[in-house]
Design a protein around this ligand. Sequence first.
Ligand SMILES: Cc1cc2nc3c(=O)[nH]c(=O)nc-3n(C[C@H](O)[C@H](O)[C@H](O)COP(=O)(O)OP(=O)(O)OC[C@H]3O[C@@H](n4cnc5c(N)ncnc54)[C@H](O)[C@@H]3O)c2cc1C
Length: 460
Amino acid sequence: MKKIGIIGGGFAGTLSAVQLIEKSNLPCEIILINENDTLARGIAYNPYSQKHILNVITGKMSAFPDKPDHFLDWVMNQELFKEKDKSLIANSFLPRRFYGDYLCSIWEEAKKNAASKQIKLTIIDSKVKDLDVTDAHVELSLENEIKIPVDYCIIATGNNVPRNPRIKNMGFYKSRNYFQNPWKIESVKNAKEDSTVLIIGNGLTMVDTVFGLLEQGYKGDILSISPNGFNILPHRHNGLKYSKLTEELKEGIRLHELVTLVNNHIKSVREYGVSAEPVIDSLRPFTQKFWKSFSDAEKSIFMSRLRHLWGVARHRIPLHSHDKIQQLRIDGILQISAGKILDFNESDSFITTEYFDKKDKTIKQIKVSRIINCTGPETDLVNLENSFLKNCLLKGVLTQDFLKLGITTDADTFQVINADGKPHLNLFTIGSNLKGVLWETTAVNELRGQAEKIAEKLKT
Ligand SMILES: Cc1cc2nc3c(=O)[nH]c(=O)nc-3n(C[C@H](O)[C@H](O)[C@H](O)COP(=O)(O)OP(=O)(O)OC[C@H]3O[C@@H](n4cnc5c(N)ncnc54)[C@H](O)[C@@H]3O)c2cc1C
């Protein structure tokens, strides 16, 4: 009986299992290994607060590529929503925990489906510590020296905790007032109010963290420092479609041509009082294709000069969340600065943060009570602590792309490429590990299709 191992039970791993069960007609065993008791929800849909909401509207969050209204229909069937207007809900932003409930309900159905098809499901709550590949099988090593051989393995490890910024005093990171993992409730609990809380980063997780701190009753000041201090943007034109730009996209377009084209279209929509978002959104179906066709030099230019702008334009928050953030800024509670962190030094009562302030072009010092790292998931495997991915890199089982964004993988088959440049026949990866190959590969929009595709390939 074919054994398929899946490492990671977040959206990507769980939906791969769900799709495998759906598509398989012969008995097989699916072994789903997930650490941290977050099966089906993963990191994103297991938030510590109801105030952490989806950044995509309900109507676009189906877990299945061929059933676009699946999430919306599930929501409308829940007691709380039965009397609500469907088009209103389709355009609303719901709590991520609720989306996690949706994924759990899909998983429960899939388990019943597996039982009826004689598909054996083995769920293991553990961490994969290492992995070895031979032509015959992939061997997964778990905690407690347990080894599990499987015929095929899908790596769906998703979001890694953020990297510690390089500072002079790297020993600081052992401090109990430093929170490397911003997705845990501890990062916002019991913050002292006599000095500022510092958030490193200025993206969606910064917003979640600010709301988390306030929910926990924190009443002090919050400072966010990020390389550019860009303003986070709201979703302003929900549903507004713009097609003029894509009509002008030509095959093999170069990065500089694309930038000029996008800027021209942004200028033109602004004449009608519309902001850049529909223009940016119209590129979404093409971003993977662009990325694949860019040269290494273009990718490097994108990463050094355009990545942050693109991130701000792409990763927006619901308007009401944006209003709250703006109000906090107006009230002087939240300050957003552009700068580079240089050092942290802790005394008995506070942490002195030294940073280069980009606006004033001076080195500044500020006393803070805690530091929360919201710089986004680490992608360089070398920097991952206690990770089998790092071991695999060192052993040559896998390699990473030159920008260190993820695992080198065949973009069409999801086969992991080894150090000899050869694709493994039995080792695959999907999700954010494909960032170097596809760039846009972390949201449900992409993951649901990847889960279906890998299941189509490995089904029995
Ligand atoms: C805070 C946050 C909010 C987001 N909000 C949205 C949104 O609103 N809409 C959207 O489309 N996308 C959103 N995303 C993008 C998100 O990455 C995807 O939607 C999706 O949840 C990713 O799922 P995943 O399975 O790839 O990764 P993860 O959710 O990170 O799941 C990976 C799982 O693998 C487990 N794991 C990792 N390593 C091992 C190991 N060695 N052994 C065993 N288990 C392991 C982890 O514990 C985890 O449970 C958000 C992401 C984050 C971080």
